[in-house]
Design a protein around this ligand. Sequence first.
Ligand code: HGY
Ligand code: MN
Ligand code: MN
Length: 413
Amino acid sequence: MSETAAQLLLERCDELAAISSNPGLIERLHLSPEHRAANDLVAGWMKDAGLSTWQDAAGNQCGRLEGREPGLPALLLGSHIDTVRDAGRYDGMLGVLLAITTVSRIRDAGIDLPFALEVVAFSDEEGTRFGTALLGSRALAGTWHDDWWNLTDKDGITLFEAFHDFGLDPARLPNAYRRPDNLIGYLEAHIEQGPILEDADRRLAVVTSIAGARRFGLTITGKAGHAGGTPYDRRRDALVGASELVVAVERISKESGTIGTVGRLEAFPGGVNVIPGRVELSLDMRAEFDDDRDDCLRRITEAAHEICERRNLAFHSTEIYRADAVRCDLELQEAFAAGIRATGDAEPMAFWSRAGHDGVAVVAVTPIAMLFLRCRGGISHHPDEAVKKADVAAALDAYEATVLSLVSSSSSS
Ligand code: HGY
Ligand code: MN
Ligand code: MN
C-alpha cells in the first residue's frame, strides 16, 4: 500500500517538475505564473485528500483537516514548492506531497484527532527571485521586515509589485501570521541534500538542528584597463583579487569546519581584452553553531581586506540574508524517531541539517522537527536529484506513525 502511494507521489513530483518558467529544466520562482499553477495543482491534491484549502496572504498554499471538533489548534506539516534555478524535482516538493499523503492516510483511517492537521506549501524557501529567503514562512511566523518590499528581482520588479501582480495585497500580509496558541508544532520531511544517509546505507534520519546561514553580496573594485598595454605592476585587477578571495573562502571554511560557498561571480565590464575593474560575488556561510559561522566570517573578511590592500583594491560587503541556527524540538524529534522505528529501523540516525529549511522561520511561532530521506549521491539543487520509491514508502509509514504517536501522546496528556 505504501509502495503504491509512493509511486503516485513520485508521479506528482514529476507533474510539479513540469511547471517551470524554463522549459527543459526546473525553475519555479516566488509569485511567478508557475507559482500560481503549482499552487492550483497542489490545492487540487489537498482537496482530493479531504482538506479544505486556501491561499494565505503571503501566497502559501494551505489545506486543513479538522480534528474531532472544528477550530482546534493545528499540527502543521509541510515544505516548499519554489525552487532554485535548474533545480531537482524533490527539494521541497517531496515534503509537500509526503505531508498531503500522510494527512490523507490519517483521514482515511478515521483517526479521532485531538488537533487539526494542516499542510502548508511554502511559497519561497529558496529566495531565488528576490535574494532573501523564507518569505512565505516568515510571513506565517510574523517575522516579516517591511524593507523587503523594495527588494527587486533581476528585471527590477519589486517584491511589492510582484505581490500585486500575483493578486495579493501587501497591506494584508499580516493576515498570514499564525498565532502560537493555534499551533501544536511543525513537521517537515525533506531529502537530506547530502551524502550522510547514503554513506550509512540508511533510508531515514531525524534532524537535530538546522544550520544558520548568512548570505552576502560582495564587491571588489579595482580599475579597468587595457589587457595588452597595462603592465602587471600597474594593474588593479578586481578579478584576480576576487579569485584569491574565493580560494580563501574554501581554505578558511575547511580549516574552521564551517561551510562557505561562492555561488555567483560576475566581472565587469566583461570584455575579453579589458582588465576587470569590478567583480560582484556572492557568499553563503553556514555552520551548525552560529558562533563558528561568525568566527569564520570574521576571518574571511580579514582575508578580503588583506588581499585588497595588497592589490590596491576596494572591498565592500552587504548582508542580504540571515537566519540563525535552530534546534528541533526534542519531543517532536522523539516522535519522528518513533516513526522511523515503526519502519523497522531500531536505532534511527540523527544529525544536523547543513541545508536551510522553512522550519528556521516557523520556529518563531511553534516547535519544529524534520525527517530526512536519503537522496542519491547526496545530490540536490541539481536536476540529478533522485530518491528511491522504497525510501519514499518508508517515509510515508514513518510520517504516519509520527503523527499517530503525537495523537496518542496528546490524547493521554
Ligand atoms: O540553501 C539552502 O540550504 C536551502 O536549500 N534553501
Ligand atoms: Mn533548496
Ligand atoms: Mn528545500
